[in-house]
Design a binder for this molecule. Sequence first.
Ligand SMILES: Cc1ncc(COP(=O)(O)O)c(C=O)c1O
Length: 344
Amino acid sequence: MTDLIDLRSDTVTRPTDAMRTAMATAEVGDDWYGDDPTVNALQDRAAEITGRKAALYLPTGTMCTQIALHVLVRSGHFVVCESSAHVCGMELHSSAALSGVAFLPVSGARGLLSAEQVAGALRPDPADVRVIDLVAIENSHQVGGGTPQPVDDVRAIAKACESAGVPLYLDGARIFNACAATGATIADYAAEVSAMMFCLSKGLGAPIGSMLVGDSDFIREARRVKILFGAAWRQAGVLAAAGLVALEEGPKRLHEDHAKARVLAEGIADLLPGSVDPDAVPTNIVFVDVSGTGRSAPEWAERLEAAGVRVTMGAGRVRMLTHRDVSMADIRAALAAWRRAAAR
Ligand SMILES: Cc1ncc(COP(=O)(O)O)c(C=O)c1O
């Protein structure tokens, strides 16, 4: 298993030596009481870099979003989102079970909603039955192919939300990838939304953790819901210590992951023409449309694993993500594995 090149996700990275040292020496306390100094330092740092008042350290991105929905959406009310967004796909059942949330999905080009689409979705229901409490966007958009949304477009969406009096939430699981691609800062994006989350455990390379960010009242209420959901995780400072390293070091190298994804896409486009457009790989996610190859995505996944590369599947396509623990040499080896898998 160990010599397989693992491209299933950017969540598969192992902690670096610097993270392990920080974890071993972290000062800790009981986070239920709010007195874990390392958790508090991470939360303060997240608030500082986003330019927002407060932040909450949580185990997963899903928990961040589920807590945000619980705070911002009344049971039986709707959330407008893009139809292939994580929140209404992987989190559909969580949103229903934990908060009684319904979704109003709108299809966007490569996962991105436009301000016009949002304004259209927010038009009041004349029967006053369908009440929308929140608009949720995702940046970069995973199923859309890691597509980053420029700040100006997010600002236009925020204006549409403001005119309708509806808050805007950002699933920024990979917001730093979007920043690396667009040149914007996380604060540029955070300034446009009511609340957002970002993951430390994806491209930034921390073993665990995500940050929920917003104004003080929102985070106070989110902290109450965190405890309600059973996530008062005591001496979480041992994990937050790795999160602090990830937050400082991670964003600096994401352009390398994007370059690796591009090389991967170019190699596969040469091997299987028409299966992937390298120009449509702006960040670290590569989807390969194998429908024209005479083999299904699960068949490709099986053959690739036998050839030394682990991938996942999504919407009938093969999905690969680049990350810190794969080098450019690994990408070239992965392309050789694709060639072997194609020849078998
Ligand atoms: C866009 C997006 N949002 C949210 C999540 C959820 O993050 P987590 O796995 O930390 O719950 C993911 C996970 O892959 C994701 O890709």
